[in-house]
Write a protein that binds this ligand. Structure first.
Ligand SMILES: Nc1nc2c(c(=O)[nH]1)N[C@H]1C(S)=C(S)[C@@H](COP(=O)(O)O)O[C@H]1N2
Ligand SMILES: [Mo]
Length: 334
């Protein structure tokens, strides 16, 4: 059996009940059979986690005014690679290969379908178990100091990119609304706009798109609310005007175009947990040693590269986040 080509990796969408798909499309492609046949060779083949420990991502923070924090007048040029030395993906790649199911399950179709999607004015309602509930306007969001963060994005489908985001840590917003002691999780919701989002007519997902984080994950300095990339405001396909970025978790946790953030006591059920509970868990930490039921997570295809590279534990952010999961069974808590 030949090696699985990246294009043969079953996308997340296919879980949704393969039967529904086949029924609605009236066809069966060879992919399903090929994957089923290949599956046996995958689990348990992951090699040990390479330890690549260089500068921390926070070492990558560059003030957007181009001046170094020391007050040194030398302008700082944004780095062209992540802290592991791997080059940034191009703006073109980042904005033309998108998962945004509200528009389409076709990654190459999203940019066009989302073009011109109105993202101003915009409001995010922040509430639930907080002392100071607040509705944030775009101007309120602009008041946060914007940082640049170069993060790897690793999709559960086993492709990845390196993206220079602009945004601010979620904890800064949470500190403003003052979570109550009973708040244990943060629940996020994407805008639901069936008139403008053709993908919402697909009946097999429970819209709106919902995601969640445990409080300590939400408070991590790595957890970003992104408003831009490559120094430009986010385009609609990237989740304008504001989206979450959680770089040590599979990309589906990084929910786009957020309109609601609630502090809650019970673990939120995400769209993906509802769609495929045996395939998509709440934590969704990038883990090369835990296979997806239908494919290995030991390696990935970086956009713009041929061949595959090894997937890193916690997507290479082990040093920053492993302590959040001390003592937890990462196989059970997938
Ligand atoms: N609302 C919403 N957010 C979403 C998605 C989606 O379909 N809808 N897809 C997720 C998935 S699976 C991934 S991999 C990332 C992709 O982000 P990108 O298109 O900016 O690379 O967005 C995540 N956020
Ligand atoms: Mo994804």
């Amino acid at each position: 059996m030949k090696k699985i080509h990246p294009s043969e990796i079953t996308p997340e969408s296919v879980y949704l009940s393969r039967r529904e798909f086949l029924k609605s499309m009236g066809i069966i492609t060879g992919t399903a059979a090929l994957l089923a046949a290949c599956q046996g060779q995958i689990p348990g083949t992951a090699t040990g986690t390479p330890s690549l420990k260089t500068a921390t991502p926070s070492g990558q923070v560059v003030p957007t005014n181009g001046v170094t924090p020391t007050g040194d007048a030398t302008p700082t040029v944004s780095p062209s690679s992540d802290e592991l030395g791997d080059p940034l993906n191009t703006f073109e790649d980042i904005t033309n290969y998108n998962n945004y199911y509200e528009f389409s399950v076709d990654k190459y179709a999203v940019a066009k379908l989302a073009e011109g999607y109105p993202t101003s004015p915009w409001e995010i309602q922040v509430g639930g178990l907080v002392n100071n509930p607040k509705t944030y306007s775009l101007d309120d969001l602009r008041a946060f100091e914007i940082e640049e963060r170069i993060y790897r994005l690793r999709c559960v489908e086993a492709w990845s990119m390196v993206i220079p985001w602009n945004g601010f840590p979620l904890h800064k917003l949470l500190e403003e609304v003052e979570p109550k002691a009973e708040a244990k999780f943060v629940r996020f919701e994407t805008i639901y706009d069936p008139d403008r989002m053709p993908g919402l007519s697909e009946p097999w997902y429970q819209w709106p798109y919902v995601e969640g984080l445990r409080m300590d994950e939400a408070m991590s300095d790595l957890t970003l609310l992104a408003t831009g990339l490559y120094g430009k405001d986010l385009l609609p396909q990237s989740g304008a005007p504001i989206r979450l970025v959680v770089p040590w978790k599979y990309g589906f946790k990084s929910i786009k175009s957020i309109v609601k953030i609630d502090l809650v006591e019970a673990m939120p059920v995400s769209l993906w947990m509802a769609a495929g509970p045996t395939e998509y868990g709440f934590f969704a930490n990038v883990n090369p040693n835990v296979s997806h039921p239908r494919w290995s997570q030991a390696s990935e295809r970086r956009l713009g590269e041929f061949g595959r590279r090894e997937t890193l534990m916690f997507n290479g952010y082990e040093e920053e986040v492993a302590s959040l999961y001390a003592g937890m069974d990462l196989v059970k808590n997938y």
